[in-house]
Design a protein around this ligand. Sequence first.
Ligand code: S3P
Length: 435
Amino acid sequence: MSSVVVRPASRVRGRITIPGDKSISHRYALLAALADGTTTITRYAPGADCASTLSCLAALGVTISGPAGAPDAHPDQRVVTVQGRGLGGLRASKAPLDAGNSGTTLRLLSGVLAGHDFDSIVTGDASLRGRPMRRIIDPLSRMGATLRGDDDRPPLAIHGAALHGITYTPPVASAQVKSAVLLAGLHAAGDTVVTEPQLTRDHTERALPVFGVDLFLANGDIRLRGGQRLQATKVRVPGDASSAACWAVAAAALPGSDVTLEDVGLNPTRIGFLSVLKRAGARIDVADGPAVGDEPIGALRIRHGGVTAVEIRAAEVPGTIDELPLLAALATHGGALKVTGASELRHKESDRITALASGLRGLGGHIEEMDDGFEVLGDRPLSGGTADAAGDHRLAMAFAIAALGAGGPSEIRHADVVDVSYPGFFDILTRISEL
Ligand code: S3P
């Protein structure tokens, strides 16, 4: 599969079990590798990104079995066991570590490798080799490691060392940077303190205590004492809120739609898209479930209730960052969306402002690019046409959801990139779409 044709739908209806969260799966796998004992992770995320984290850890001497289920198996069948090597216990890899398309793998693993007394090279695919790494090179160098990459991009050569804790305020709102520093801080002498300019997803802070690490959170500071041992555990990954957002947006977009999404992670730092959908007119019911591993979960029922114009400004960007392309897709269904303060979008798996604009235009959409955002006017229905995913899984899915409201069929080029986070996406789209 490289191109997929999406046909217009009148509505979407159905019940969907959401596969495990990508961000949380990376963190559980990394912490399990550093723990003493064997950790079992159920509902491990199915995409290629989380497989990259496991293959990098295996190359560093970690014994891993699973995931037992195929990528599109029922989420409960996706079980991974990790035999931890203990804090500082990874072994040098003979070959460069390949993070594939996964920025989270590369940045978080760099934090871990900074505290291991050997040399590593971490790299990835063409997209990842184009992404900025100064944001982790600076703090990890201040802690005592040496990191080098041409033009501050991967491949990164990391010379691990005995680290010391630092107090750090990331210059950009980034959970990957925060997490890289905290993971290095585990290996460092003394305390590491991260102060975030804006709160980003807090999965690392929630996961560390699950593995027995004490963290102190006060006045926006995250304080971690280095040298704490991690204990293996059994964890269950909540459904990925970013994957759930695809179906939530489709249901919000098409009149008569009604979808129920089960087992969705409802971490407040991830569900900014729900507030935006409500503002745009969607009818949303949330049924909270019991928390797993300190992550809230629940079921969502989303029904169409009109699509009106909405605006997203800087303060709301960290909580919606990965869903902005989908929210742009919503706006093509008769609403409008103006996003500002989101220049980080230019440093994702693609330049997500330019590639989003060119894809939506290819489907007949009306979108203006700004340096730090974009504006979509849904003043006319999409005609259908061709959109290129530009190597970006989130764009492939957003174009598909936009295409449901078009006058004719749409071709999404290089659509197989959805496998990075959501294998089976197009099968579900077909199942829930009604003509
Ligand atoms: C992620 C953090 C975000 C997000 C990415 C996953 C994470 O990136 O866009 O998809 O798992 O920590 P930044 O930290 O670069 O904002």
